[in-house]
Write a new protein. Structure first.
Length: 275
């Protein structure tokens, strides 16, 4: 079964990989990117099966115009893939106000507005699937990634809620949660000037591990891109798609610890209801 997809952030990484795989199997793709020209090779090869638009997801008006343009171009979009995003890498005290705002504007508000722009069009065609690319960092947290985690935990909460709101319209969601993966994510990290006071702290330890290569990355980006594509054939839609042994281990540990902490407070929690 061929489908038509709308994917943000296709210049590289998961977005580029998914676009390549989908076109190769005969699907159509509406691809957005910030780096103009980065899909010219695919456009030359696949012609009208690939629709390309420049988009900065911090521009809400542009999001609505581009989403509508993609639906107008293809008539129907079966799957929306919210992939555009990046990581802000620094201790909370180190990052600037402008960096905080841009991280939230890109990873949270940009994703929310893309979904909001698509919802009425998906309703009008009686349904569709939305894949929100999150991260293991939507359920766990490393030091020195506080603002990145804030963005991923936020978008996961939004998807948890909106998925319930639009389920009656046959619109389904999946949160894709990759662990550390061999993409260009690390190269795209934005880092503020570091403060020496954090050198011998957990934040400094993580920073040094990444700089030295000690922070091991085992995830296969191509396999993960394929898993996201394959998830659309699964019904009902998986609420979450955990990708990578590292992601499984870290999320399992975090959830187990969280449940243990919750159970330890059961009697106290219940005692706080009105008599």
């Amino acid at each position: 079964m061929t489908r038509t997809w709308f994917i943000t952030g296709t210049s590289s990484g998961f977005g580029r990989l998914m676009t390549e795989k989908l076109l190769a199997r005969g699907d159509k793709v509406a691809a957005t990117l910030r780096k103009k020209g980065s899909l010219d090779d695919l456009k030359e090869q696949y012609g009208d099966k690939l629709w390309i638009a420049h988009l900065d997801v911090t521009d809400t008006a542009a999001i609505y115009a581009v989403v509508k343009g993609a639906f107008d171009a293809f008539g129907r979009i079966d799957v929306i893939v919210n992939n555009a995003g990046y990581g802000l890498f620094g201790a909370a005290e180190e990052v600037s106000d402008d960096q905080i705002r841009h991280q939230i504007d890109t990873n949270v508000i940009g994703s929310i507005q893309t979904i909001r722009a698509a919802l009425p069009l998906l309703r009008a065609q009686a349904g569709g699937r939305i894949i929100q690319v999150s991260s293991e960092g939507g359920q766990i947290a490393y030091p020195n990634f506080s603002l990145y985690h804030a963005s991923k935990w936020a978008i996961e909460g939004f998807v948890e809620s909106v998925s319930q709101e639009v389920a009656p319209f046959n619109i389904d969601f999946t949160l894709a949660e990759p662990g550390p993966t061999m993409t260009n994510f690390a190269a795209g990290l934005v880092s503020p000037p570091k403060m020496d006071v954090y050198e011998n702290t957990p934040a400094g330890d993580v920073r040094n591990m990444i700089a030295s290569g000690e922070f091991e990355i085992h995830g296969d980006a191509s396999k993960m891109a394929q898993a996201m594509i394959d998830s659309v054939d699964v019904n009902p839609a998986p609420k979450r798609l955990t990708m990578g042994a590292g992601a499984y281990a870290s999320i399992h540990h975090a959830l187990t610890q969280r449940l243990q902490e919750l159970e330890s407070q059961k009697d106290l929690a219940i005692s706080m209801d009105r008599d």
